[in-house]
Design a binder for this molecule. Sequence first.
Ligand code: AMP
Length: 319
Amino acid sequence: MKLFKEILKQIKKYDNIVIARHIGADPDALGSQFALKELIEVNFKNKKVYAVGSIASRFKFMGNTDKIDDLDKAQSLLIVVDTPDIKRIEDIDNPNDFASVIKIDHHPFIEKFSVDSIEYIEEASSASQLVFKFALDCKLKLTKKIAENIYIGIIGDTDRFLHDYTTNETFELVTKLLNMTNIEFTKLYEPLYNRPLSEIKFQGYIYQNLTLTDNNVAYIKITDDIIKKFDVDSAAAGNMINELKFVSGILIWVFFSEDPKMKIIKANIRSHGPIINEVAMKYGGGGHIYASGARLTSWIDAENLINDLNEVAKEYNSK
Ligand code: AMP
């Protein structure tokens, strides 16, 4: 593909390459980031590649991130994976500080990162799937660790091939990945899915305390007191959001989690039919049509968001 050749040309041109992704990194953001970093290191010796952003301790088995305080950005290439807009890129204030910018993303388009940025956007299952397509097209050498991170990224974003955007191509690529590298993929589920008992009890609390609106929007407001009471992380509820996908009677569901440190209320929003990312965008968030998120600053916004989602569900129900 012509775009892949252009990306490869840029990678060859720069000695210092920074790979960034969205804040609140999930397995796909990390999988695509770490896989791309290692792909470049393994296939192009003497390049310094930096993966930036913070990483939750439970994902540290995937890799480590780097600092770029002393880097001359004006001489470096920036590659951003799994992120559609500048405000969501972690650790990078302005992509224009870099000599060149590349985006590799599977979200609906929001904005270009710079006037001449190379943007490879395809609404595929995951950014990790796109990184693998790039590696295949350019005939890059793979290692087991690269393959594992790509696999975890695809598994993470498709929730083990459950979600839309899981296509024949996803399966074909995964089969190719497994045949080429022989990774023991079932061994990866243990570090990816292992959870403390406190989270399971917290999950029980969420299920017991969901509220359902008249138009099938289920929601729960999780305050900091509850998070402390169950001794879980403020991101814990968000990690469980996909579990309600196949519950009859629920069309849209939202978990609100208070994070006093960040002074935000994180909303994880999912849908089983109605398009929700436009509502998320109204509250400064965004995402995919059936999987979105937003960072709210008040419980009043949370209430308004519920009302807006209820309207979207009402319209959907009336069709
Ligand atoms: P999450 O609920 O955090 O798993 O996010 C679901 C989807 O919504 C992902 O594609 C995210 O990139 C996107 N998303 C989550 N939070 C935000 C936000 N604050 N702004 C824009 N997009 C978001």
